[in-house]
Write a protein that binds this ligand. Sequence first.
Ligand code: 16G
Length: 248
Amino acid sequence: MNELREARAEPGPLFEAVGAALKREIASGRFAGLDVLPGERELSELLMVSRTTLRRAIAGLVEEGVLFHRHGAGTFVRRKAPHVEQALSRLTSFTEDMRSRGLAASSREIERGVFLPTPEEAMMLGGSPRESVFRLERLRLADGVPMAMERAVVPTRFLPDPSRVGDSLYAALESEGWRPVRALQRLRAVVVGAAEAALLEVPEGSAALDIHRIAYLADGRCVEYTRSFYRSDTYDFVAELTLSGSSA
Ligand code: 16G
């Protein structure tokens, strides 16, 4: 931490110099395998600065998005998220998308169970409000970095045994013979609130894509309604456009 100590010699307010030095350390990969920053006491002793100065330096880096707080767990270094280009014309699953890019897909489950649909879900699925749905809300990660939050609902008649849904919802639907073949998707830009920001590990107020997907079987029945929030810094959705009436 010699470099951090040298921060004291830099001109300007001390907390800014400490912040800049911490940033250099992070960029050099010092905390790479660790993710969580050492505790306040340890850092302030190493830097020979007061806890107040350290706190101001850390607050500045949180504002810049270099660090983030996780309630009750400490201050973490924001990991660099993979950047993904996603064709809007292909009906693929998150697991397949990540795998095809050599990234390891994983999920953190937030909610899973069989429920009666909310009025919005029943409407989107075009079904009866009395027909139960399997609801699965997950944080989706690529190489351990949060990319999106997804809340999927599937009428239980297509998934009679939801406990068999493992890492991939589409794989489970495929094994039942109900994999969707067509989908309508609506995307719009939103700003994430505190709860989503904490899960997605982005600063509160960051931009995200709010995506609604309604997916259908070949016979036109609706099999899935999913609402997702995709981090806008990790995803580019790419659409191919052709001249109307062109045969190409
Ligand atoms: C994608 C889909 C989502 C689908 C999920 C299945 C978008 C915007 N969303 O993330 O609707 O439920 O894939 O992924 O593309 P899984 O098979 O890995 O669970």
